[in-house]
Write a protein that binds this ligand. Structure first.
Ligand SMILES: Nc1nc2c(ncn2[C@@H]2O[C@H](COP(=O)(O)OP(=O)(O)OP(=O)(O)O)[C@@H](O)[C@H]2O)c(=O)[nH]1
Length: 352
């Protein structure tokens, strides 16, 4: 699962420019032309996917620094905070050719910007919700932004007469600047708790300044969660316990939902009601199925499914539990107090 880096491309689509008055970043060190990628030239990729990612967060949390780091692998300290840009970056992830359209939203919002923010949210397929671990306000701002995401994605689906209006776009919560240990105001545990409360897809705590790998992990997860949700748009991911936890060697950390992307094979599970689907492989899911958050009773899950099922698909019979024992059968628990039948249960014809 190598991230193959290619020549970055930035473009500002005409439609986007006209709608949102986006300005090209003059200080950006990357090419502003759109050279065709080497893969495209060779004609290797057959299907090009465009993944529209919106990076959201309060001003100064490091959104631009992260996007530029992902595309160029470089860390650049200072940016014009008032610029809102769309970067297009072609890369290969998990053997899939993918085109990222990354909208770096400006964090300085006034009331007039609110409708612009909401239309940008409707444009995006996936979100990176960013805060700085050195800024509690930016952490709290994530609540408002997540609410706006939920609201706008939900409304769009309702408008399209789709009854399945649950918003299931991937939202990755990212705490940045964890290199500034002395200035920390938000702990890892608080970030993890907030990620659960907001029902985000996963949580990363990173330092854009210190690690390009952590930044790439964030975008890799955006892509993976988006791929799962776009393949199964009607499925709702489990919002249950976070069981898997991965601490990367360079001190960034990530938290995932139950049996999702953190394990070695990084398979994702989707939960629909009480059914569990695995994204990649349906053949050997016994152990993983048990780790998912199903409503099945604990005792049922103790016995592996295959030992309970015969080859013709029928379940082996389990001892029948009687509510009232059949005639002639003694109750196994003798100290049980026999319930007296009420008059209504015995009926009006009962003799006393
Ligand atoms: N120590 C530290 N500083 C960082 C890190 N990432 C970004 N910064 C700094 O944080 C400041 C703000 O970064 P930006 O990328 O401009 O933040 P932004 O969220 O895009 O801000 P707006 O454009 O105003 O929305 C800059 O001075 C960056 O150098 C990091 O991981 N560690």
């Amino acid at each position: 699962m190598q991230l193959v880096e290619q020549q970055p491309e930035i473009y500002l689509p005409t439609s986007y420019l006209s709608q949102r008055n986006v300005i090209k970043c003059p200080s950006c060190p990357m090419n502003t032309t759109s050279p065709k990628s080497s893969l495209a030239k060779l004609g290797i990729h057959t299907k090009q996917k465009s993944l529209k990612v919106m990076v959201l967060g309060q001003s100064g949390v490091g959104k631009t620094a992260m996007v530029v780091r992902f595309i160029t692998r470089r860390y650049i300290g200072e940016y014009d905070p008032n610029l809102e840009k769309v970067y297009t970056f072609n890369t290969t992830l998990d053997n899939d050719y993918v085109q990222f359209d990354i909208l770096d939203a400006t964090g300085q919002q006034n009331e007039n910007d609110c409708s612009n923010l909401e239309s940008n949210i409707r444009w995006a397929d996936a979100f990176i919700l960013m805060y700085s671990v050195t800024d509690k306000c930016s952490f709290d701002e994530c609540n408002r932004l997540k609410f706006l995401i939920n609201y706008n994605k939900k409304r769009r689906k309702l408008g399209s007469n789709n009854k399945d209006y649950m918003s299931d776009v991937p939202v990755i919560l990212v705490g940045n600047k964890n290199d500034q240990t002395g200035d920390r105001m938000v702990s890892v545990e608080e970030g993890q708790r907030r990620f659960r409360e907001l029902s985000c897809a996963c949580f990363h705590e990173i330092s854009v300044r210190e690690s390009v790998d952590q930044v790439q992990d964030v975008f890799r997860d955006v892509f993976r969660f988006w791929r799962v949700s776009s393949k199964n748009p009607k499925l709702k991911r489990s919002t249950s316990d976070v069981q898997n936890e991965a601490i990367s060697p360079d001190s960034g950390c990530s938290f995932y939902e139950t049996a999702s992307l953190a394990n070695e094979t990084r398979r994702s599970f989707l939960v629909i009601g009480s059914a569990c689907l695995e994204e990649n492989d349906h053949s050997e899911s016994n152990d993983d199925m048990r780790s998912s958050s199903l409503n099945s009773s604990h005792s049922e899950l103790e016995t592996p499914f295959r030992s309970r099922a015969s080859t013709d698909g029928t379940l082996l019979s389990r001892p029948r539990r009687w509510r009232y024992p059949p005639p002639g059968c003694l109750l196994p628990h003798t100290n049980r107090v026999e319930r007296r039948m009420s008059i209504s249960t015995r009926g009006s014809n009962a003799s006393y």
